[in-house]
Design a protein around this ligand. Structure first.
Ligand SMILES: [Zn+2]
Length: 122
């Protein structure tokens, strides 16, 4: 037998765990952790892209890019930490980008209406 089982490939394992977390968040069906439901429930059945601003994405509460700052051993550790993940709208996640968690506290207050979408489908 010359083929290594997939679990020996770190990249595969990483993707697998991320998928598991994503599936778990989806199954929980929580409201958006960034706007806290201000824009309504997450549209879990829609594809996650810019055309569907209320679609579901996995948001990293503490940005993975700042893993050192938050005391993680690696960027991957931050990305795989279940406690660092929350469900969010595609739109809210895009607005947040790499800002820290404190941003989400101000976010709802600043936003007064649902973002405009050029295609007008919603
Ligand atoms: Zn949201």
């Amino acid at each position: 037998m010359k083929n290594n089982p997939p679990k020996n490939n770190p990249r595969y394992a990483n993707g697998s765990l991320r998928r598991k977390h994503r599936a778990r968040l989806r199954a929980m069906g929580c409201e958006c952790g960034i706007c806290h439901g201000r824009f309504g429930p997450i549209h879990y059945d829609e594809p996650s892209d810019a055309a569907h601003p209320l679609s579901f994405v996995v948001d990293e509460i503490r940005p993975v890019s700042k893993w050192r700052q938050f005391g993680y051993s690696s960027a991957r550790a931050a990305a795989e930490d279940w406690d660092n993940l929350q469900a969010a709208h595609y739109f809210c996640n895009a607005q947040k980008r790499d800002k820290t968690a404190s941003f989400s506290l101000d976010f709802g207050a600043k936003m007064t209406k649902i973002p405009k979408v050029t295609d007008g489908s919603w």
